[in-house]
Design a protein. Structure first.
Length: 277
């Protein structure tokens, strides 16, 4: 389900106003002009990542860094924003199909992904981390040997964890192929169970169907409840970018906005407001 949103802070709203004035009311970029004619920017976001994008179950309103960025991009064009909830497994196909104009959904920039979609300059950098039940006795990634780890379908977390375990000499990784890594078939020292969404991984962790939950630390934060702890290791920096269809004229438009908001401190203000620093 889709919802329109939302209110920005006064400081951020002022920056958006200046940005909007800097861009022409009607763009000569065909993709931007089409969005302006439609009157709505269609954006894919997650709905359960506090600080980045969280949907209030009562009001349906989305709040977070990425929701604010989406609103700001829409404001620069003089249109409304329409949010569609996506997951790591669905976000790219909705860009490819044209159902979405932009995805802002903790989408990690990788060289492999850049071959298929356009990414903006990164607006946030996180690290992959691992969450476990305290009762499991797992204290470090070394203790994950022989265990099953829950990850999100379509994410890069399993590959990042496997590489970290190899570098820590927990597993030898002689058959590890970074470019062609498949968590569904990997079984050298650690196994992975892929899930469609994060709540399902959390439930599986509680039920001991998996012994660890691996994803970016900012995403894990909401699931770090009583009786659970992060492992001490953090690895594989994850740079998040706004995603658009490969070769779209919208790509450079969005990238220029992101660069401007990084330069003038607007994104830093949003990071602080959403307690992500």
């Amino acid at each position: 389900m889709r919802y329109l949103s939302k209110v920005l802070s006064a400081a951020v709203a002022a920056s958006v106003l200046m940005t909007s004035q800097a861009f022409a009311a009607t763009s000569d970029i065909p993709e931007v002009k089409a969005i302006q004619d439609r009157g709505v920017l269609k954006v894919g976001v997650k709905n359960a990542v506090i600080g980045f994008s969280f949907q209030d179950p009562l009001t349906g309103e989305y709040t977070g860094l990425e929701d604010s960025l989406a609103q700001m991009i829409a404001d620069s064009m003089g249109v409304d924003v329409e949010f569609t909830t996506v997951t790591a497994a669905t976000r790219s196909e909705l860009i490819d199909s044209g159902d979405l104009d932009v995805v802002l959904a903790t989408f990690t920039i990788t060289e492999e992904r850049k071959q298929h979609w356009d990414f903006s300059t990164p607006y946030f950098t996180d690290h992959v981390s691992v969450l476990v039940e305290d009762s499991s006795g797992i204290k470090s990634i070394a203790d994950l040997k022989g265990k099953t780890v829950g990850v999100s379908s379509g994410s890069s977390s399993a590959r990042a964890l496997t590489q970290a375990m190899i570098e820590a000499k927990v597993i030898d990784g002689k058959d590890f192929d970074y470019a062609n890594f498949d968590p569904a078939t990997w079984s050298d020292g650690v196994k992975f169970h892929q899930f469609d969404d994060y709540p399902a991984i959390s439930t599986a962790l509680s039920a001991n169907e998996v012994q660890a939950f691996c994803v970016d630390k900012s995403i894990l934060a909401v699931y770090n409840t009583k009786g659970r702890s992060y492992l001490p290791e953090q690895f594989s920096p994850q740079e998040y970018g706004a995603v658009t269809k490969k070769g779209s004229g919208l790509s450079a438009y969005v990238d220029n906005l992101i660069k401007g908001w990084l330069a003038d401190g607007t994104i830093n203000k949003l990071i602080e407001e959403n307690n992500l620093n």
